[in-house]
Design a protein around this ligand. Structure first.
Ligand code: AMP
Length: 190
């Protein structure tokens, strides 16, 4: 049995988005990426976008209550009933607790958490290359280094949080997209 309620963890640039997209399509469940949702809100100029923008541009985390609201609404949608691939949420222990609570209210829970492990310097180089291709405003070197620090300080503690709950699998994130994908799929099996 493959897990269908999945969280992908890992530092910025580890390939979560790419893997989440193909995996979600394969499993027929939505990819829920708070970063994408927030960028859309910024582009559309919604109230959430206005609140999130400055944090995102600095590579800081958007306040928990804003992101938790966005995630809660998305997870409650009809198309997420049979599963989802969470990508970029939760990123703090408070968000992880909020996620546990919202899933409990929906009568469900996470089945698997996979952390993609990649060396930090390799990631900085990857993100700088991506910045040239995509032109993301939060992809200059200073912001990238800040996002790495935020990951280490705020998000890495979630690895233990989920290990203690017996949900965690660690997957090496270097190599081709296909190789990482194969390891990831294996980690979703019981
Ligand atoms: P991402 O595309 O996942 O790297 O997210 C881009 C930016 O959106 C991050 O650097 C944060 O500013 C913000 N963001 C996305 N998800 C979250 C989250 N779960 N908590 C706080 N901020 C977030």
């Amino acid at each position: 049995m493959k897990a269908r309620r999945v969280l992908l963890l890992g530092p910025p640039g580890a390939g979560k988005g790419t893997q989440a997209r193909t995996l979600a399509a394969e499993l027929g469940v939505p990819q829920i990426a708070t970063g994408d949702m927030l960028r859309e809100a910024v582009a559309a100029g919604t109230e959430i976008g206005v609140r999130a923008r400055a944090f995102m541009e600095r590579g800081e985390l958007v306040p928990d209550e804003v992101v938790v609201g966005v995630a809660r609404e998305r997870l409650a949608a009809e198309d997420a009933r049979e599963g989802f691939i969470l990508d970029g949420f939760p990123r703090t222990t408070a968000q992880a607790r909020a996620l546990d609570e919202m899933l409990r209210e929906l009568g469900t829970g996470l089945e698997r958490v996979v952390v993609l492990e990649v060396d930090e310097e390799e990631l900085v180089q990857r993100l700088l290359r991506r910045a040239e291709i995509e032109g993301r405003s939060d992809d200059n070197e200073e912001t990238i280094r800040n996002r790495m620090r935020v990951y280490r300080e705020e998000t890495q503690p979630l690895i233990d949080y989920y290990r203690q709950r017996g949900l965690l699998r660690e997957v090496p994130g270097s190599g081709s997209v296909e190789d990482v994908g194969a390891r990831l799929r294996e980690a979703l099996c019981a």
